[in-house]
Design a protein. Structure first.
Length: 678
């Protein structure tokens, strides 16, 4: 059964039979094609080895039990949440075993999936599919495990400019695959191997007689290679910093947090600093707040926990039971849409479904109104439906619950769908900052207008309501900040530092008049008195992923391409972009553009993919090479939407978003001030 010499590895993106692998990147993503081609070249010998060890002369069981002409359809399903990486490698395994097997990826590498989600479909001769299944999944599970762990580290430092790097602690032979998976998780690659960068460690330093002679020798031998030097203490750091021209990077080896802070102050931005050693998920955020530029994490690739994926071959039943049965998830994905449509028509005008632009396609298809957070908040005040079903993240449903009329109920299909950015600020530390402002200014409420981005908890909206403040969204932040500055001399903006900085800069406030709050080292009273804007140091882990390099890459390859980004992106991205605005603004700009317009869009990827589908006459692509997805937005699935609607159909209210009356009242004041603005 095993074909001894297949013609070649499958072309990426499908072959003449079509459907080998469906990539949804859109447009001629040359860099992506090249990346996948080099990945497959690296994977080819590993696949040969793996197939030889697992199948050898044949799959004894499948050949004995399955008819030679039987065709099988399998669904690769995620059994746990995580980030997918390695779909093209898994597809190459199937196709190496039998070129007649088709693999259709339902998600993209770098995409977050939830438990129960369909990852890929596999169709082909039953014996071949089952023979290849284990090996294909072994590659996919390992690579997805690396991408998943990387994304957790990247998320943990998302509020800082620090990048997460891998190391050479990869599985022997798997270097390129492991490092590709790190990139899919949002991490960056350190040197690939010993030949592409000089990394002078303690042993080299001791043998060469010190840092300075070691660097001189390396430079003489390899003038074109980047040089990194490891230092063990601040003395060695000073020596490394004294070298001219400067080395490319300095690694702080196993330093304490305090030593790292001192090292950052000593280097003062002259040479980028990397730290390594004893990096755990529990510690990494604290390490990043020291101000180091890079943190390298061996665990990303040396302690891999495979992502739980399996292939189900159960044919889809006609009427799937809801709630799931063993082996039934794939089948449910097929028929669920019909079921939800039926439930929706039964519930009729008792419900309204609101959907944010970042929702999955199959979910947003059922939204009566899709929009940005401003439009959805407005709709929540207008609808008379008894049940508002909110397909979005928790703060959005909470906002709707505050704005809803008496007797209306707001429900969310998954109440644990939070917002990373909203979680970066809670009432207690914001109150502590306010107390500092009070002491420094003498009267915080006269001096500072508290402004909370709508991506925040009800408590923070209540805080604003109580102190005469206001809520803003990305669609009206500029108007809101102007409103605030007409009433009080300064603004305290939380939780998104980037939105705050971008908007304030846009209305002409100099960067020097903006102060980033640091709760560990609160600014002096004098610094507070001088500032016009105090920014909370929160950020979105999705929009933080865009880097200036992404913009320059796109501009180089597509000189007339327009770059449009969400204002949650960092200031340097917004500055480089042609346009910035809320999700609704991005949707409107693309809709209004003539055919042939080229766009690189810096926001959540589900929206970008939808725009690609809706505007085939334009060339639309995600701004980043590994496009980011909002994990929590993806937690709303057709399945949990169906369960919620089923509950309503039988008179049961599931996942109601409840807000305490007193806090809701205060939050409502801040929301009403915003809604009255326009
Ligand atoms: P919009 O209001 O632009 O839809 O943004 C909400 C959001 O969460 C962006 O990350
Ligand atoms: Fe929150 Fe960012 Fe997701 Fe928007 S994209 S919901 S800000 S985590």
């Amino acid at each position: 059964m095993l074909r001894s010499s297949p013609p070649s590895f499958p072309p990426i993106g499908g072959d003449e039979r079509g459907g080998a692998i469906a990539w949804i990147d859109g447009g001629p993503t040359v860099a992506r094609q090249e990346e996948l081609e080099s990945l497959l070249r690296a994977a080819e010998p590993l696949i040969e080895l793996a197939i030889a060890e697992d199948i050898g002369p044949g799959d004894a069981t499948s050949e004995a039990t399955l008819a030679a002409d039987a065709i099988l359809h399998g669904c690769v399903i995620a059994k746990a949440s995580g980030v997918i990486a390695g779909l093209s490698v898994a597809a190459a395994v199937f196709r190496r075993v039998d070129p007649a097997i088709d693999v259709v990826a339902q998600v993209d590498d770098g995409q977050e999936v939830v438990a129960g989600e369909l990852v890929a479909e596999v169709t082909g001769p039953a014996r071949s599919v089952l023979a290849a299944e284990r090996t294909a999944l072994n590659f996919l599970q390992r690579m997805s495990g690396i991408a998943t762990l990387t994304s957790r580290f990247v998320d943990a430092v998302a509020c800082t400019p620090t990048a997460i790097l891998d190391t050479r602690k990869t599985l022997p032979g798997f270097r390129l695959l492991d490092k590709y998976a790190v990139r899919m998780g949002g991490g960056q690659n350190h040197r690939m191997s010993l030949y592409d960068m000089v990394l002078i460690k303690d042993n080299h330093i001791d043998a060469a007689g010190g840092i300075i002679p070691a660097v001189a020798a390396a430079r003489a031998a390899h003038p074109s290679l980047p040089i990194e030097v490891e230092v063990r203490d601040l003395d060695e750091l000073r020596q490394a910093l004294s070298i001219s021209p400067p080395v490319d990077r300095i690694m702080l080896d196993n330093m304490s947090l305090e030593e790292m802070r001192q090292a950052v102050a000593t280097a003062a931005g002259r040479v980028p600093l990397e730290t390594s050693g004893n990096v755990t998920l529990g510690r990494v955020a604290e390490m990043a707040t020291t101000g180091v530029d890079y943190i390298s994490v061996g665990a990303l690739t040396h302690s891999v926990r495979a992502l739980d994926l399996s292939m189900e071959v159960t044919p889809p039943p006609l009427s799937p039971p809801l709630g799931g049965t063993k082996g039934g998830e794939a089948a449910m994905a097929v028929n669920l849409a019909t079921h939800v449509a039926r439930l929706k028509s039964v519930l009729s005008d008792r419900i309204v479904i609101l959907g944010h632009h970042y929702q999955r396609d199959d979910v947003i298809a059922f939204a009566d109104l899709r929009g940005d957070s401003l439009a959805l908040a407005r709709e929540a005040t207008r609808t008379d439906a008894q049940f508002i079903v909110f397909c979005g993240v928790h703060f959005m449903a909470e906002t709707a619950a505050i704005l809803a009329k008496p007797g209306q109920h707001v429900l969310i299909p998954d109440p644990t769908a939070g917002c990373y950015l909203a979680d970066t600020a809670t009432l207690e530390p914001v109150q502590a900052a306010w107390d500092h402002l009070e002491v420094a200014s003498g009267n915080a409420e006269a001096e500072f207008m508290p402004v909370t981005y709508v991506n925040s908890s009800v408590e923070l909206k209540g805080f604003c309501g109580q102190h005469g403040g206001i809520v803003c969204t990305s669609g009206n932040a500029e108007r809101v900040v102007r409103w605030a500055l007409q009433r009080r001399p300064r603004v305290f903006f939380f939780p998104d530092q980037h939105l705050g900085r971008n908007v304030c800069k846009g209305i002409g406030i100099p960067l020097g008049d903006m102060l980033l709050w640091d709760e560990r080292q609160p600014p002096s009273a004098e610094a507070i008195r001088k500032a016009t804007v105090i920014l909370w140091p929160g950020a979105c882990n999705v929009h933080q992923r865009f880097r200036p390099q992404h913009v320059s890459d796109k501009r180089e390859r597509f000189p007339t391409m327009r770059v449009i980004v969400h204002p949650e992106c960092k200031m340097e991205i917004v500055d480089l972009a042609d346009d910035t605005g809320s999700t609704a603004h991005i949707v409107r700009q693309v809709a209004a553009a003539p055919a042939g317009t080229q766009w690189a869009i810096g926001t959540e990827t589900r929206l970008v993919h939808r725009l690609q589908q809706q505007h085939p006459g334009q060339l639309i692509m995600p701004l980043a090479d590994v496009p980011p997805f909002c994990r929590t937005m993806g937690q709303i699935t057709l399945q949990n939407l169906a369960q919620l609607l089923e509950g309503l159909a039988r008179g049961e209210i599931i996942n109601e978003v409840a807000v305490d009356v007193e806090t809701a009242h205060r939050a409502r004041m801040a929301l009403d001030r915003m809604l009255e603005l326009a």
